[in-house]
Write a protein of this length. Sequence first.
Length: 303
Amino acid sequence: MSQSQNLESLLGEDRICENVDLSTYTTMGIKSVAQFFFEARSEEDLILSHKVARELGVPFLLIGGGSNIATISQRVSGLIVCNRYQEKKRIRKKDNHIFLEVSSGYLLSKLIREVADEGFSGIEHLFGIPGTVGGAVCMNAKWTNPPYSIGNAVEYAYIMDRNSSIRKVGGEYFKFADGYSAIQDTKEIILSVGLSLTKKSPAIIKGTMNTVLEYRKKTQPQGVLSNGCFFQNPPTSSAGLLIEKTRLKGFSVGKFSVSNIHANYIIHRGGGTGKELHALIQLIKQKVKRKFAIVLKEEVVVI
Ligand SMILES: Cc1cc2nc3c(=O)[nH]c(=O)nc-3n(C[C@H](O)[C@H](O)[C@H](O)COP(=O)(O)OP(=O)(O)OC[C@H]3O[C@@H](n4cnc5c(N)ncnc54)[C@H](O)[C@@H]3O)c2cc1C
């Protein structure tokens, strides 16, 4: 049996696609071909696809909303699993607190809108961040004005390790820091997340969401293909400011440009290649290093 037939026999007929263009699965939208592609619609799908890939020795890559992934390779080998597992349950309510368990494939902004309607506060500053809850926890999605990250609300999570074993861990397991969670090193898979929220007036929560959106509109490019901020902020400076000071705003390689609005955004005008993006990334890093002796590190997961 071929690898594709093996995968199909274990994951279900017609559920494995070969040679899938990933451009519609990432917000940067670069054409890159996934060897095998599977959409996980439930927790069982996530667990089984991980187990099957491990047993067959096929590399496994999980994509949430693809908003922090840039594909520079023309071809991504292995099983690419897109997380569409969307489920939400309220676990318990105590005084002013609610503990909400949500699946990792749940869309973050959809969740924020829903809990705001119910008057539960704690994640509204993250409104407008694309992607899933799992991706947000993995990247410790954050807002800077005021500083706030999803790690602040994570009470516990169910995660799956390299051997496909599942366990419950407390929020402290993630060692949340700026743009960081331990999952980035352990490569474990987040299945679901328990969030701790507090009761507040829906009007106040929605007010915060509107303020955040307005600020985004004023300071960040809108309606373009991008990954948001591309580089991590070095400890003593802002990556955007460093790039701006190297006069790279508006600079292009092929179909990719440094945004004129926010220098830490790389914008894709469509039809560009991973090679072009790679060249622009290297050029930005070289210029910043030469001028400031600072080595920028990608915040985006580049594959
Ligand atoms: C326009 C725009 C604005 C943005 N603004 C912000 C912002 O204000 N703040 C901010 O922090 N980020 C921002 N981002 C970046 C991005 O949206 C966040 O990092 C987001 O939380 C990533 O979620 P995702 O589901 O898209 O993850 P993906 O991009 O799909 O994945 C990112 C990484 O997480 C891993 N991953 C995904 N799901 C899981 C899981 N269930 N278990 C384990 N690992 C997993 C992937 O394998 C990959 O390594 C922005 C991006 C865009 C395009």
